[in-house]
Design a protein around this ligand. Structure first.
Ligand code: CU
Length: 133
């Protein structure tokens, strides 16, 4: 009886160690994809924040603030990857209040500073930066 009791204690101990190892593996898993929000038109014709730091796999939600319509075009000449810059661009205007669209950063995105702008308000300085880290 004592043997069985100590055996079941060992089994319980082993089980808890196994659970601990599994949970540490699960929770230490690197870089869970994050979502970032950039407001288009905050305190004037500007993006807020003006610079967003992201990681490959993340999503950036561009949301209408004041003075729509807005869109987001990445500048191929001011990015580390002109092709990606083109594919990330969202030419279609967001014209309704609160309207938003998502830009997904591919898992193999090149790191660096991607400049983007809003077509109707570029001249007014509506330019932003997305830095892939
Ligand atoms: Cu705009």
């Amino acid at each position: 009886m004592r043997f069985i009791s100590s055996l079941s204690k060992s089994v319980a101990l082993l089980a808890s160690v196994v659970m601990l190892v599994i949970s540490s593996l699960v929770f230490s898993h690197p870089a869970e994809a994050a979502n970032h929000t950039v407001t288009m038109g905050a305190g004037g014709l500007q993006f807020s924040p003006k610079k967003v730091a992201v990681k490959p796999g993340d999503t950036v939600t561009f949301k209408n603030g004041m003075l729509p319509p807005h869109n987001v075009m990445f500048n191929p000449a001011k990015s580390p990857d002109s092709e990606l810059s083109k594919s990330l661009s969202h030419k279609e205007m967001a014209s309704k209040a609160g309207e938003s669209f998502d830009v997904n950063i591919p898992a193999d995105a090149k790191v660096g500073d991607y400049e983007f702008f809003c077509v109707p308000h570029r001249g007014a300085g509506m330019v932003g930066h997305m830095v892939v880290e």
